[in-house]
Design a protein around this ligand. Structure first.
Ligand code: ADP
Length: 351
């Protein structure tokens, strides 16, 4: 089955099974020929599935709008479906703690905090993984220097497919960035991204992990809700700059986790870019983005301030060089070790 077509067809949900038509086993064939022509065969379980024609039309429309220049044919066959994925199979069973890293807005350092916290936890001897779910700017691949990695798939004896994650600095990494180009991010809104993440969560061969850090997209939305539903998240860390800390986006993020139906403990706030210290004036702190905002907000909201990280050039360089500054620059390491210590205290590895 052509992967692009398969991903596209996953966005169509069968109203009765409430699952997408690929995983429900209704797509028998989805091929793109060398001449660019597209052939799709749908196969329905019931002799006269009441939704068959409607689904066929939706497939035709979707193909026509996505590939306006290609010839396509969609055929319906009637036969028992072959479920392609067994529900309830997941590779996350050996993960002790899953921590969501969230922020109200992009660019505040959420991914940087994820990467450095992962390294700090690894330095403490824990088995650590990262799921980079930020479809709008997946950056963990760059931060760990594994941009060119192509995840391979493996099938076990029972026919379950697994995806092999990347490894860097002793950390297991799976990123949506392995599968999409940054320029394609907009196309990946909604159902397609949610389905792709579903696969990454449940099919990545995570193995035994003490901590899996999930780098969420900024803000609150469908992807957050879907990840919250799919993963048993033990706690959330909110990242903010001093300036952004009490603004509506951050507050909304905290409320999302605290919502009674979600009920995920907020472990605390990390205030990033808290101040700047020039090399030549090591005792001076310049509060470029304001001072004390995170502390005040944390107190008001009843959340712990997990730590403050200043603006340091090596942090930015580490992100660009594929080697997070924790582990390279002792000053940065101290900040992140103190944050890691608090996280471990709140979520012990052996619980
Ligand atoms: P987000 O994930 O919130 O979009 P990033 O983690 O990608 O943000 O960070 C945005 C930019 O800021 C990156 O270039 C990163 O290297 C830089 N950056 C983040 N935190 C710091 C810091 N404390 N000091 C210096 N640069 C930082």
């Amino acid at each position: 089955m052509n992967e692009q077509l398969e991903a596209l067809l996953r966005t169509i949900i069968h109203p009765e099974t409430e699952h997408n038509i690929v995983d429900s086993g209704f797509v028998d064939r989805a091929d793109m020929g060398e001449d660019g022509s597209i052939a799709i065969t749908l196969r329905f379980q019931k002799a006269r599935d009441p939704f068959a024609q409607r689904i066929k039309q939706r497939v035709e429309q979707l193909i026509a709008t996505t590939y306006p220049d290609k010839r396509s044919i969609v055929i319906i066959r009637e036969a028992a479906p072959k479920p392609r994925r067994q529900e309830n199979v997941t590779t996350t069973t050996e993960i002790t703690n899953i921590i969501a890293i969230a922020s109200g807005k992009g660019g505040v350092g959420k991914s940087t905090v994820t990467a450095n916290l992962a390294v700090a936890l690894r330095q403490r001897g824990y088995n650590v993984g990262i799921l980079d779910a930020d479809i709008y700017g997946p950056s963990q691949t760059k931060m760990f220097g594994v941009e060119g990695y192509i995840p391979e798939a493996e099938r076990d004896e029972e026919g379950h497919d697994f995806i092999i994650p990347a490894q860097s600095l002793g950390i297991t990494i799976m990123s949506i960035g392995f599968f999409i180009k940054p320029t394609d991010a907009l196309m990946w809104r909604g159902g397609m991204a949610v389905n792709a993440l579903h696969q990454l969560i449940h099919q990545t061969r995570w193995g035994k992990l003490d901590y899996l850090l999930v780098d969420l997209p900024p803000g609150t939305g469908d992807i957050h809700l879907s990840i919250i539903n799919e993963l048993k998240i033990s706690g959330a860390v909110i990242v903010s700059t001093p300036q952004q800390v009490a603004v509506a986006d951050v507050v909304r993020g905290v409320e999302m986790f605290r919502h009674e139906q979600v009920n995920i403990p907020v472990l605390g706030v990390v205030e990033n870019m808290a101040w700047f210290t020039p090399e030549e004036l090591p005792d001076n702190r310049y509060y470029i983005f304001g001072k004390g905002g995170a502390k005040r907000y944390a107190e008001e909201a009843g959340i712990e301030l997990l730590g403050q990280v200043p603006i340091i050039q090596s942090i930015m360089e580490g992100s660009d060089n594929g080697s997070p500054a924790t582990g390279v620059d002792m000053r940065v390491e101290e900040f992140y070790q103190s944050i890691a210590e608090k996280v471990v205290e709140k979520l012990p590895a052996e619980c």
